[in-house]
Write a protein that binds this ligand. Structure first.
Ligand SMILES: [Zn+2]
Length: 78
């Protein structure tokens, strides 16, 4: 992970520490999503960044477009 973080730091201008904490968030979010009892119940997150959707069951977050496709897929599968 060290080399990848150095490379990302150069490209993004973020410090290694910032990138590590973002990476931790991503891992934690992925863990929540994979451990969800499913199906996810993605709802627009109130008062937060406009493009975040959060699952009411597991608390995992996804982008608006991911939530849209997931919800449409659920509807189609009914
Ligand atoms: Zn979920």
């Amino acid at each position: 992970m060290g080399k990848a973080i150095d490379a990302l730091s150069k490209v993004s201008g973020l410090s290694n520490k910032n990138i590590e904490s973002i990476w931790e968030d991503v891992k934690e979010n992925g863990k929540k999503l994979s451990e969800c009892s499913k199906p996810h119940d993605f709802q627009k997150e109130k008062g937060k960044r406009f493009n975040d959707y959060i699952c009411s069951l597991c608390g995992g977050k996804v982008s608006a477009s991911s939530a849209k496709w997931y919800n449409e897929g659920l509807e189609d599968g009914k």
